[in-house]
Design a protein around this ligand. Structure first.
Ligand code: GLP
Length: 247
């Protein structure tokens, strides 16, 4: 059973997620963090930056693994997820570059890049995995149709995702059509999973993940098979749940 916490605002939901991550790193400074990109976690990262700046926490012994990356973009490209992470978090905190694991979207051999990342993940299981949710229910870039047993691999992005991610681009005028992503089975190996979903655009996906049977049509629904998953949603994202939003 997933634990679902509903907050009055997106800000409050993000603040609660940030406090959970900060508590984890304070208790276990060498924690392995699984990190997500997108608009939703930006406020979580802003709070982590603030806490580090004030000396409330140090990330210097923590390790990170990002979920996914667009194919064809070098880390320095402003639209790469690597650049996003540097901007939002890594450059503004004391994470040690040696402990930051990112997928190289510009690797000439994408399959061997996926294998390299999978091997690293096997060696260092994620303690706490932060996830966002796609409007189509994707987690990472595991699009509808992804298998429960999927691992790190090259994927084709769905039309829905190409459309949904368009406004997030800084430089490109078209979303890359392929990506490398952790698989569903990699995500489910994390000891603890935190999903942050906010805004009415996510309401359908949240309802499907929490109230429908597990199905490849909505990859986030696989999360209900994990023993330690907590959902942090705002009222808008909770608005289609059977019991409705409750603060
Ligand atoms: C992207 C990422 C996901 C992210 C999702 C939602 O496609 N691959 O990891 O969770 O979009 O993004 P946003 O938070 O911008 O809605």
């Amino acid at each position: 059973m997933a634990l679902v916490s509903i907050f009055p605002t997106a800000e409050a939901a993000a603040a609660a997620v940030a406090e959970r991550v900060l508590a984890k790193v304070s208790a276990e400074p060498d924690a392995v963090l699984g990190l997500a990109t997108g608009q939703t976690p930006r406020k979580v990262y802003a709070r982590m930056v603030e806490a580090c700046g004030k000396g409330e926490v140090s990330f210097s012994s923590a390790t990170t693994f990002n979920l996914d990356e667009y194919c064809g973009l070098p880390a320095a490209h402003p639209d790469s997820y690597a650049a996003y992470m540097q901007r939002e978090l890594f450059h503004r905190t004391d994470f040690s570059p040696a402990n930051i694991n990112l997928i190289d979207g510009s690797a000439a051999d994408e399959k061997s890049e996926a294998s390299r990342y999978a091997a690293l993940l096997r060696k260092q299981p994620v303690d706490i995995q932060l996830l966002g949710l796609g409007v189509n229910g994707h987690i990472g870039f595991n699009e509808p149709g992804s298998a429960l047993a999927s691992t790190v691999r090259v994927v084709e992005l769905s039309e829905e995702t190409l459309h949904a991610n368009l406004p997030t681009l800084l430089v490109l005028d078209k979303v890359p059509e392929r990506a490398i992503t952790m698989g569903i089975s990699d995500i489910l190996r994390a000891r603890e999973i935190i999903v942050l979903a906010t805004g009415s655009a996510k309401a359908d996906a949240v309802r499907r993940c929490l109230e429908e049977e597990q199905t490849a049509d909505c990859p986030g629904s696989y999360l209900s098979g994990h023993p330690n998953v907590q959902w942090f949603v705002d009222q808008a994202a909770a608005s289609k749940l059977r019991n409705g939003p409750r603060a």
